[in-house]
Design a protein around this ligand. Structure first.
Ligand SMILES: *Cc1c(COP(=O)(O)O)cnc(C)c1O
Length: 479
């Protein structure tokens, strides 16, 4: 990687193959003695041997000569290989994309309280399935079910791996072998692999489609009801909006029909916000409490979308229905592990005080930032970048929009101020590639031949990392 790949006129009298150092002398060169202390002699020796093998092959086919054979340069190659091997594959990145819930970037960032709780419970024995009063066996569900009841008003609940698991379990337990009625406008696909019709097949329930893509009325459901109908299902179209001549059935009307016919109504809410989002100008997004109040018998939503917790699925609803889900054999396969459960409980606890939740849950903090705050952050970032990059790039502020992402709030417009970087010597695509190779990697957007940075999704300290990464790539001589 660091070697000079072009054959050069011979500078030294010795033939290239004989200039390759012996492994024992290489191990004493450059950074390698220090790395041996850090990672052990065996690791470094192995990397040195494989680097020397590659070097001999390169010499043989004439790909390397001259400086590429200096022991210092070879030692650098060995060091780079060792450092690469030591970097974890799953690690933090800086999200400057402005997409708050980015599925590729791990969706919600945990609150500090949730991180601390995971750290503690993960490193110790815990009350996972212990009833401290009796000393006997307890339920892992007990840690969150009562909290969920307090926060949403739902009589009963159940948590599991993710919302896809919740929907699969509920359909299997409540409608296996029978019929589920869904509007054609709500047969959604989320994230490529979760498709309502396919989940339905897996659950053993039969899908009965009603209405059309853009219009479904209450009579369409009513006419499709038979003695085989087990559930009336409503699905939140999380990641798209049909605009124009549309009509769908409000949850409350579906509930009325369900009550009359004695058929449970299930609502796959998708994102599931525990707060009313109108306060931030986000209109028309039903909250979990809205759905509970509308009388849905079972509600399913994610833990790592608008809730801002770990990957999780939450089922809320009538005790008799939740009980059937709890007892279904799939439950064991889909149950939540202790680290997730700990993070979920800690996140839910923050919601017992709404202001505390808004301050401490990063997803809520990011969604609630106002335009003036964002403009201030963008201005400060622009100043620091101009100072660091000098003539190496043009840096300006631009009006733009952030997105909620992660199949949440489609169509919601979140105004922001972007910092646009136009590098002088390389293309914005090259710059983005090199930023992804930085430590930690930095993710940005590109538009109109500019690299765009959105301050909304930067975590505390990320601005420093960002300025350093850009400076190192575009203006290394100023370091
Ligand atoms: C996101 C989503 C799902 C899948 O939830 P996961 O927690 O990602 O498994 C299912 N249904 C709807 C409507 C969604 O928005």
């Amino acid at each position: 990687m660091t070697g000079n790949r072009r054959p050069e006129p011979k500078k030294h009298g010795t033939p290239p193959m004989r200039r390759i150092p012996a492994v024992h002398s290489l191990l004493e060169t450059g950074e390698l003695p220090r790395l041996q202390c850090l990672y052990g002699r065996r690791v470094i020796k192995q990397a040195a041997l494989s680097t020397l093998d590659r070097l001999r092959a390169e010499v043989r086919n004439g790909a390397i000569a001259g400086e590429g054979l200096d022991p210092e340069v070879i030692a650098e190659r060995v060091a780079a290989q060792v450092k690469n091997q030591q970097v974890p594959s799953l690690r933090r990145v800086v999200n400057a994309t402005g997409v708050v819930l980015h599925t590729n970037l791990g969706r919600a960032v945990l609150a500090e309280e949730a991180r601390q709780a995971v750290f503690e419970v993960g490193g110790c024995f815990s009350t996972l399935e212990l009833d401290l009063e009796t000393g006997g066996r307890g339920s892992r569900q007990s840690h969150v079910v009562e909290l969920l009841n307090r926060l949403t008003g739902a009589p009963s609940g159940l948590v599991l791996n993710n919302n896809a698991a919740g929907v699969l379990l509920a359909l299997s337990a409540l409608a296996g072998g029978r019929e589920v009625i869904v509007s054609r406008g709500e047969l959604v696909e989320i994230g490529g692999s979760f498709r309502i019709p396919e989940v339905m097949i897996q659950s053993g329930a039969r899908l009965v489609e009603v209405g059309t893509t853009n219009k479904t009325r209450i009579d369409d459901y009513a006419m499709a009801i038979t003695t085989e109908t087990a559930i009336l299902l409503k699905v939140h179209p999380s990641n798209y909006r049909i605009q124009g001549f549309t009509e769908d059935v409000p949850l409350a009307d579906l509930v009325k029909l369900g009550r009359r016919e004695d058929i449970p109504v299930m609502y796959d809410l998708g994102s599931g916000s525990l707060l009313f989002l109108d306060r931030w100008g986000i209109k028309g997004e039903p909250s979990v409490a809205d759905a509970v109040q509308s009388g849905a018998d079972v509600i399913a939503f994610s833990g790592d979308k608008l809730l801002g917790g770990p990957q999780a699925g939450i089922l809320l609803g009538r005790e008799s229905l939740i009980e059937r889900c709890r007892k279904h054999p799939l439950m064991r396969a889909l149950r939540m592990d202790k680290l997730t459960l700990t993070a979920l409980e800690a996140t839910l606890r923050l919601y017992t005080d709404e202001d505390l939740a808004i301050q401490s849950v990063p997803t809520l903090r990011m969604l609630s930032m106002n335009p003036a705050e964002l403009a201030g952050l963008a201005g400060a970032l622009r100043r620091r970048l101009r100072h660091r990059l000098g003539a190496a790039a043009a840096v300006e502020c631009l009006a733009g929009t952030s997105r909620a992402g992660g199949g949440s709030l489609p169509g919601a417009d979140l105004p922001t101020t972007l910092v646009a970087v136009t590098p002088g010597d390389i293309s914005p695509e090259d710059l983005a590639t090199r930023l992804r190779a930085a430590f930690p990697p930095v993710l940005a957007r590109i538009n109109d031949n500019k690299l765009l940075l959105d301050p909304r999704t930067l975590l505390p300290g990320d601005d420093v990392v960002l300025v350093e990464a850009l400076g190192h790539i575009l203006s290394p001589e100023a370091e």
